[in-house]
Design a protein around this ligand. Structure first.
Ligand code: MRU
Length: 352
């Protein structure tokens, strides 16, 4: 089986600006928009025009270059100070995906070694390009390792979108699916719709069907009975932050899928690049979970939920405990329990 991918890149640096696909408009409209200022970058990340942990990392990295271009002074200390201020604003835009703060801080640190404004910009851009390329290559490796690990499984369930739209490459969880297809293995996907913003129904379904991969969208609430029916061989999802004990934060609903998979006796995999591991966080309870606008749940225009007297709880992510994870597929291979040990080995190998 082959895959066909001919959509515009999810994120592209033009030389002066960041081009992104505005994912809020998919699947109805495929529109590329340009981010020209720090405000544009922050707004795009906040409203999920660009989303997915590695993709917002790359966007934040180029955002620092955009910030430097907006600085009017040439005085080096002032340039660095203004760059740091903008970088902090970008890095804090979404709190759960560690890829964002990691990428922004990496660019900031390298750029600060510049001895002139031109050099600061050059160093920043080189580092942002590296982050972009490293993520693309990591996705390819995750795809290869995942295809090998999941070679016996055809019917895979995934949640949210951890594909081309969420990375600079072929994706992490969907990278595994593309990896299987590229290796000539049969693969069919159940994509849970991912309430409230429907990344599964809108984005994963769009992305996979465009690539010629069979995809069936299911309501989130049907996942447990589908898994129990025997129609799902394995679950593979992405991650936004993985603690050093293996607890993995990902889109809200992932934990529920992991419990359902456990109940059904189905393997549950997380696929993520090393940039999603957080050496500073020892367990999932310490991961900050982003709370989003209650209107995402209320249904702003249609007013599906009574507006008076009803509270909304709208966490963007949840944490799947390490003991429910069969393996973590990384660009360096598949990690297994004991995760504290295998993650420590991984992080020291990659000197993160
Ligand atoms: O809120 P989103 O759409 O940014 O959430 C994205 C996810 O939860 C993805 O699964 C995760 O970032 C991994 S993307 C490779």
């Amino acid at each position: 089986m082959s895959i066909s991918i001919d959509n515009p890149p999810t994120i592209n640096w033009t030389g002066q600006e960041i081009e992104i696909i505005d994912q809020t408009l998919l699947p109805d409209e495929l529109k590329v928009i340009r981010l020209k200022t720090v405000e544009d970058v922050v707004d795009a990340i906040k409203r999920l025009a660009i989303r997915g942990a590695p993709a917002i990392g790359a966007c934040g990295a180029y955002g620092v270059v955009v910030a430097i271009d907006q600085i009017t002074t040439n005085e080096v200390t002032q340039v660095i100070s203004e760059m740091n201020e903008a970088a902090e604003t970008i890095g804090e835009t979404r709190p759960t995906a560690v890829n964002l703060s990691y990428a922004v801080e990496r660019v900031q640190k390298t750029a600060a070694e510049g001895k002139s404004k031109e050099e600061i910009r050059e160093f920043a851009l080189t580092e942002a390009n590296k982050i972009f390329t490293e993520d693309r290559d990591a996705c390819d490796s995750i795809g290869r390792h995942g295809a090998e690990e999941l070679s016996a499984y055809t019917n895979l369930m995934t949640h949210c979108n951890a594909g081309r739209l969420a990375t600079t490459g072929i994706g992490t969880a969907l990278g595994v699916i593309y990896g299987k297809a590229l290796a000539g293995q049969p693969v069919e996907v159940f994509a849970s719709e991912t309430r409230p913003l429907l990344q599964g129904a809108r984005l994963t379904a769009w992305e996979l069907s465009n690539a010629g991969i069979a995809v069936t969208v299911i309501p989130d609430s049907s996942a447990c009975s589908l898994m129990t029916s025997g129609r799902v061989d394995a679950v593979v999802v992405g991650a936004d932050r993985i603690a050093t004990n293996g607890d993995a934060a990902n889109k809200i609903g992932t934990f529920t899928h992991a419990v359902s998979a456990h109940n059904a006796g189905i393997p549950f995999y997380v696929a993520a690049p090393i940039t999603t591991f957080d050496p500073e966080t020892s367990n999932g309870q310490d991961i900050k979970i982003e709370q989003r606008d209650p209107n995402e749940v209320r249904g702003v225009e249609k007013s599906n939920v009574p507006t008076e007297g009803v509270e909304i709880w709208n966490p963007a992510f949840d944490v799947t405990p390490a003991e429910l994870i069969t393996g973590i597929i990384t660009e360096y291979g598949v990690l297994r329990s004991d995760y504290s040990k295998s993650i420590e080995d991984l992080l020291s190998k990659a000197s993160l």
